[in-house]
Ligand binder design. Sequence first.
Ligand code: GRF
Length: 208
Amino acid sequence: MLRVVVLVSGGGTNLQAIIDSVESGKIHDTKIVGVVSNNKNAYALERAKKHGIDQACVSPKDFETREVFNKELLKTVRAFSPDLIVLAGFLVVIPPEMIREYKNRMINIHPSLIPAFCGKGYYGLKVHEAALSRGVKIVGATVHFVDEGTDTGPIILQKAVEVEEDDTKESLQLRVMQQAEWKILPEAIDLFARGLIKVEDGKTVIQK
Ligand code: GRF
């Protein structure tokens, strides 16, 4: 049984997609053993509570220094003994020691087709705002392993979504979530749970 911890900061729609997929069996042999947020008001924590999943909140604001926060975050995550960590809209920089400890066992969902519209400063609505101002016709989402960079780890899955003429950043964000994020994040977790993802030479090989 794959033990998964999900890190969240906001509404938790990606977390909900994972919960629904585990409960429906679309994600095999997996248990979400904990949800950790930096934001005690994150609705994602409510979603976890409703499904009887343990929650924890560790906020940088509650600690003297970032170093102390980093140690507390890592201690909190370790306590769940996860096999896989999923960043589902987690807006805090992951401590380097945590990235090293969970190399190729920590994944992130990014709301663009990496390498487009990613890296420092590209998160949430800003990603879709940039896509609309560039005038791209195709956007999408990416699931990737987390490495020391920002949105630079080995890509696992991507899914494209068409931009529509009357799109706003909000309508585009919602469609990318509905048509891409909520599909490929659970799919990536299932592939991981079944041991079908290998990383070779900085790229993934998916045995489908
Ligand atoms: C999603 O758009 C995701 O791509 C990004 O942060 C947002 C999280 O939304 N990383 P939610 O909290 O899962 O609803």
